[in-house]
Design a protein around this ligand. Sequence first.
Ligand code: NZQ
Ligand code: ZN
Length: 389
Amino acid sequence: MDNFTFYSPTKFVFGSNTESQCGSLVKEFGGTKVLIVYGGGSVVRSGLLDKIKQSLSASSINYSELGGIVPNPKDDKVYEGIDICRNEKVDFVLAVGGGSAIDTAKAIAAGVPYDGDFWDFFSGKASVQKALPVATVLTIAAAGSEGSGNTVITKVDGMLKRGAGSDCLRPVFSILNPQLTVTLPAYQTACGAADIMAHVFERYFTNTRDVEITDRLCEAVLLTMINEVPKVIKHPDNYQARANIMWAGMVAHNNTVGVGRSHDWNSHGIEHELSALYDCAHGAGLAVIMPAWMTYVKNHDIMRFAQAAVRIWGCEMDFQNPENTAIEGITRFKNFLSSIGLPVTFKELGAKEEDIPLLVKNFGIGNGKTGGFVPLGKDDIEAIYRLAL
Ligand code: NZQ
Ligand code: ZN
């Protein structure tokens, strides 16, 4: 196991009706004027936004609002939010929604105290040193942004989807009420599930040896997803299954299961170009890319893929030819994704073969290589897109 520092200071408040504690929690963390950031209307329709406002008012906390954050959030709303915070002396940013609202809130929080253009954090020109405190009320188990220090934003000019991260962007608190996720359409639930599983696989496929504890934690999260997701696809109001998935989504990405080991993250990078170009759900793009990536890199460590097949997918080990076991595991993963209603090919996603050169160009690594498990160059990236056709 590698040396590591793990700092995860978020206070998680989990369970039914926990959103009513929002006002007192903001007060506990020193907020006096809040910017509420939310999406395209689901929290308005469900009545959640009103409940949050009531809870803030009951704790004598003033607020402004920034709604209309779209999935695969864009930079324009970040600039708008930074202006509101500066003009209205906002000292706390509260996201109510999914990864898109949360990531926008984080980018605003980082941008307010920064003199330059907030995009500098995403282009790599600067790193986030300080930020307004951010908190979340989560409505979809997916991106894991409620427990992570990461944010992903798309710059409209050039449709560049890029990430930034810092421990100071970890939410000070996150309210997780599984009941809030029952209104999710089955497709969004499935997309969230694919993202959660991808966050674990990005960590599971590692070159670090002797990582039994995190291997087993990864497997536990994946087995939970395999067990629980079909239940909520069938019965969206199954609270207990929603609860298990919601906590799995947090654990999958706050790095509990990834400390002390190298990660890969190429599937995420390859996917981000799909959701930037086609505006598809991130989880749907991952469902197309992950099995293709696995197929492409499996021979780098066939025994690790065989282990995944046996421990996660219940395959029988073929000791004569472990590659057969590895392939069977990847096939079962792909079938699972299909069974919960996700696309697993370019065609099913609505992506086009003729766009592959553009996707590779936008990936933007020139003649370099990237990835922590198997470093890949642009020809490899192209081959993976082609495997996903
Ligand atoms: O916008 P509204 O009306 O709220 O509708 C949303 C949106 O259409 C809807 N939704 C959310 N909760 C709902 C609901 N509909 C009914 N009932 C509810 N309870 O679901 C749709 C998707 O919402 P979004 O916030 O976009 O989903 P998600 O949480 O999957 O976030 C995706 C974004 O996060 C990024 C992705 O790239 C993508 O941009 N990621 C962020 C990460 C991070 N910050 O650590 C890591 C991830 O790997 C990922 O890249
Ligand atoms: Zn993801």
